[in-house]
Structure formats: C-alpha cells, structure tokens
Design a protein around this ligand. Structure first.
Ligand code: ZN
Length: 495
C-alpha cells in the first residue's frame, strides 16, 4: 500500500472494523433475520450475511465520521481522530460502500422498496448527525441512531412486517441499545451491590412439589438479575414429572435478607431491584388489567366474596370491590387468619404461586376456601414461552432466588387437577405487561448480573416499548411470557 490515504483507510479498517464485536453484530443481525425468515438457499444466505456486514461497516464509518470531534478528546489515538483536515477519502469510502449494498438489495425480490428504505434510513441518519446536540442529547441521539440495526434486519426479509420479523427487529434493537447503554463511558456508574453472597447453610434440599420425587436433573443456574446481588441459584427438573424448581432452595427466613433495601421500606413492593421504577410505571395498568381479566371470566355481584392472596398490597381487592360491589379481602398467605372454608366465590393468585414454598398445599387450601363452583384465577410466568427460549438463564420469570417453581402450562395444569380443581380456561397471557419480560431479559443478558442506576433504564425501556408496539398487539396469541389459569371448584352437580 503506497498512498498515505489508502494506508489510513487500511489502518481504520483494522482498528474499527476487523473486530470480534463487528462479527458478533453481523451474526446478531443476519442470524435473527434467519430465525425470522430462513434464507431460500446458500446463495441468499451468503448475500444476507454480506449485506449485514456491509451495512454495519458503512454505518460504523459514518458514525465515526460524525463523532470525530468528540472522539478527538475521548480516543485521540484513533486513526480518524489523528487525521488532520477534511477526511475526504473517508467520505469517498462511505459513498463507495453504497454500491455493493444497492447491488445486493437488487438481488432480492421487490428491490424498489428495499432501496427506498435504505435511502430513507440514510436520510434520517444524515439529519440526526447533522443536528447539534448537548451531552445529554448524545444519549438520546444514540437511541435513534441504533434504530438502524432493526432496519438492517428487516431489509432483506421476504415479509418484513410479519410478527416473526418484528420480534427479531425488536430483539436486535434491545440488545444493541442495552449493550451501548451498559458499555458507553457515560454509563460507567454501573454498580453491583456489595453484599455477602449466600452461603450453603442458607439453602435446603427440597423434593418435587408436584409428585414428591427426590430424583432430579440439573436444569438452569441463575443469578439474582433483579438486585444484582452475588450468588448463583440452582433450578432442577423432576425426573418423574418434569416440574422445574429451585433445589436446593433459599430458606424462607433468608429471603428477607436477600431483598434490596427499598423492599424493606415498601413491604410488598417486592424485590425488583433496579427495575423498581419501571415496575412502578406499569403498576397502575397491571391493576386495571387484573380487574378486567377477572371480570371477563368470573361473575361477581354485591353478595359475592372474593379473596386475593396479595403479599404486594397492591390494592387489587379494593379496586375489585369498588367495581363489583362484592366483598373483597386481601391476605398475605392463605394459611394466615381465620378464613371461612367454602366461603369465597373467587380467589386470585397474581404472580404468587411461583414463589410458594408449598404450591400444591396452597392450591388445596384455595380449593377448600372456595364455594362449590367458585373460581380460582392463577397468573404465573410461563416456562414454555418465547421469552424463556430467548433468554434462558436470564429469563425474568426465574427471578432467583425468589421463585421456587417454574411452571409450564402442563406442569401447572397437572398440579391444579391434582388439587381437585377443574381447569375452565388457559390463557397464554396474564394481566402483567409482557413487554417487561422482553425488556428485562435483554437487559439481564447485557448486564450479566450487574445492577445499573435505575434512572438510565427508563429511556431504553420506553424506546423499546414504542418499537415493540406492533408485536405487543399480538400479545394474546404469542406465548410471550405469562399464563393464566381460570379454575373452578367442582360442585355437587359435577359428581
Ligand atoms: Zn415431580
């Protein structure tokens, strides 16, 4: 390489493009595209990988050119930052990269709209980069600039507006945004709560909650991603009935010790750690959805009695009472207090049974408290869901060490029926917003057990929510995160 310009371009190429991070991005963009819409053959697969690599290279270069002044302070050693004067050859390279991209887009069906979408993206990015921003605005701007990645995913797909395609695009966006947010120097105040890790004496072995078998196989090891506290928690699967449960489990008396401080201040608000402000945002909607869901499936009048097992003191029972005129009680535990057997028309367990130290016993107790024909409504995270398949050990539904059981549809149905209850209806959703699982799982994947400043979470949370909106329209059909069982205590007429 003789010319200094070519040497500089080569230096830039080595310094900024030939990186493991770039390869991972190509894999992420092309790979999620493949999952959403498998390529028609090897040639198309290669074309899609090449397209992802070219797009990522071009927009990385553009990003670096736009950030040149900023990088002179933060990374003065970089090739582009060291260059004095107008970087004409870099701008030329930026333009030249469009040629293979357009040629590749021409090889896909309906190339006109693909090229139009690529042009529109370039226009938006040019406008965003052309506008002056403050330091705070830089973080906001990045949220917009990173929208290029979902566009990269969708550009070669046969049906870019299908549910699968939108899921893939949303996941790519969440991952890159959270990665950027977690690794950018502006977000260096990521911190991990310094507490003693749990020791072995705090755990106890437990047999299967459903069948009593002590035979199990390892299932998943999880961390407390909500609080960021150290420690690994083991979940196993029953050899006999396949129920997944924490084993050994944290002894009940140590749960409180493992909660972050805010939980001590707001008993029942739960152990949401850095996600607490986001939970608080969703709380009011969650309560409304609970009431709406119950009223779709159970009939309550002024003479009805309802019981909510509500450790979170959510106010659900009071709200249900206001809307129906029914007498509605809330208790922390079913075994607490002198509850009248056979006295309730409705019992609700929102997000509770998966934390129970005796879930089968709780179901039997609920059955005994119901009038014959009375309803039990149970909402739990669903193990056989899309978010579990995406996130595995970082799935928010694990919520280690708080959750003792991870229910699939089948394992909960078996436990319900074993308790002498009938399943009236199974819903592949809950009252709780499934977007929370989509967001928190992606965040946990990136943070790997670290606990960030909650204030930083709100912007990506809201931006991701806007982007996932089309997907969430399908939330009742997609097995995203939660499930609800509507059950019934058999009456005398049932034999
Ligand atoms: Zn079992």
């Amino acid at each position: 390489v003789s010319s200094p310009s070519a040497a500089e371009l080569l230096g830039y190429w080595r310094e900024r493009i030939v990186k493991v991070r770039t390869a991972l991005l190509v894999v992420l963009v092309a790979g999620l595209g493949f999952l959403a819409d498998p390529p028609t053959g090897t040639l198309q697969a290669l074309a899609r990988i090449a397209l992802a690599a070219l797009l990522i290279t071009q927009f990385r270069l553009w990003d670096d050119l736009a950030d040149r002044d900023h990088d002179r302070q933060r990374h003065p050693e970089r090739v582009l930052a060291r260059h004095v004067g107008r970087a004409t050859h870099f701008y030329a390279a930026l333009g030249v990269l469009s040629l293979p991209i357009v040629l590749l887009l021409l090889s896909f069906p309906n190339p006109a709209w693909r090229i139009a979408a690529y042009g529109s993206l370039a226009l938006v990015v040019a406008v965003v980069y052309g506008s002056q921003v403050t330091a705070h605005g830089r973080v906001m701007r990045m949220g917009w600039v990173l929208l290029k990645y979902p566009v990269f995913v969708l550009l070669p797909l046969a049906a870019p507006t299908s549910a699968n395609a939108l899921v893939a695009a949303a996941v790519v966006y969440l991952v890159v945004m959270l990665y950027d947010w977690a690794t950018s120097p502006d977000a260096e105040d990521l911190r991990r709560a310094r507490r003693d890790p749990a020791d072995a004496a705090m755990f106890e072995p437990v047999s299967c909650y459903a069948c009593g078998s002590a035979e199990s196989v390892p299932f998943v090891n999880a961390e407390d991603d909500f609080s960021g506290m150290p420690g690994r928690f083991t979940f196993v699967r029953c050899r006999n009935c396949r129920l997944a449960y924490q084993n050994p489990r944290l002894k009940r008396e140590h749960l409180g010790r493992h909660l972050p401080q805010h939980a001590a201040r707001h008993p029942g608000a739960g152990d949401w750690g850095w996600l607490e402000p986001l939970r608080a945002r969703a709380a009011a909607k969650y309560e409304r959805e609970k009431v709406a869901l119950v009223l779709r499936h159970a009939q309550l009048g002024p003479r009805s009695r309802a019981l909510d097992v509500d450790g979170a003191h959510s106010g659900f029972a009071a709200r249900l009472g206001q809307e129906t005129g029914a007498q509605c009680l809330a208790v922390d535990q079913l075994e607490n207090g002198p509850l009248e057997r056979g006295g309730f028309d409705l019992i609700t367990l929102w997000d509770r049974l998966e934390q129970d130290y005796d879930p089968a016993g709780t179901l039997r107790a609920a059955r005994d408290l119901l009038v014959p024909g009375g309803n039990l409504v149970i909402e739990v995270p669903r193990l056989d869901s899309l978010t579990w398949r995406l996130y595995h050990e970082r799935w928010p539904g694990i919520r280690a060490p708080r959750n003792t059981v991870l229910f699939t549809r089948q394992s909960l149905q078996m436990m319900i029926e074993a308790a002498g209850l009938q399943v009236v209806e199974h819903l592949p959703y809950g009252a709780f917003p499934p977007y929370f699982y989509l967001f928190a799982g992606a965040a946990f994947k990136v943070l790997k057990g670290r606990s960030p400043d909650a204030a930083h979470a709100v912007l990506p949370y809201l931006a991701g929510r806007v982007l996932s909106f089309p997907l969430l329209l399908l939330e009742r059909r997609l097995d995203l995160a939660l499930q609800t069982f509507v059950c019934r205590r058999p009456g005398p007429a049932d034999g």
